[in-house]
Write a protein that binds this ligand. Structure first.
Ligand code: FE2
Ligand code: FE2
Length: 162
């Protein structure tokens, strides 16, 4: 996946977001993608593509929550009901159906504050967590990070201008 591909996917997914502004808006999504690439590169470069896609999709449920539903679950349901078209679009990036399902499962549970051994989910969740630095003075707790790479990136995240 080239830098241009990453921007193209961003444009495709941006149009599907309801919440584009504010602290959880598109800026946060771009920051999560940026951290996700760094984490995946440090853990296993083979997961960079699914991690980029998962980071872009992770908050797509914001503004779509039904009563009592978390935004992760709402995002999962959105991806599931639009699976055909999103999956077709992503086909050019060689994402298998199994991996697509792993990505949307990561979307479903990303807001539960857990850690995971699942590599794709771990990279996506950690990228989102590093982006907690967008809240002024918020300290990222290394015990709530799934990957060693993300733990090493806490200082970088605090200084990151993206
Ligand atoms: Fe979220
Ligand atoms: Fe997020």
């Amino acid at each position: 996946m080239t830098k241009r591909d990453i921007e193209e996917i961003g444009k495709y997914i941006y149009d599907r977001y309801i919440v584009k502004t504010g602290i959880d808006g598109w800026k946060h999504i771009l920051q999560t993608v940026h951290f996700g690439i760094m984490i995946a590169a440090g853990e296993n470069i083979d997961v960079i593509d699914p991690v980029v896609i998962g980071c872009y999709l992770h908050d797509i449920g914001r503004g779509r929550e039904k009563k009592g539903q978390s935004h992760g679950e709402a995002g999962y349901q959105y991806c599931l009901s639009h699976k055909e078209e999103i999956f077709m679009y992503l086909k050019k990036y060689d994402i298998s159906e199994t991996v697509f399902e792993e990505i949307i499962e990561a979307v479903r549970i990303h807001d539960k504050g857990k850690i995971t051994n699942h590599l794709i989910s771990g990279c996506i969740w950690d990228a989102d967590r590093l982006s907690l630095v967008r809240f002024n003075n918020k300290i990222v707790n290394p015990d709530l990070l799934s990957t060693n790479t993300a733990k090493k990136l806490i200082d970088y995240a605090n200084r990151c201008e993206i």
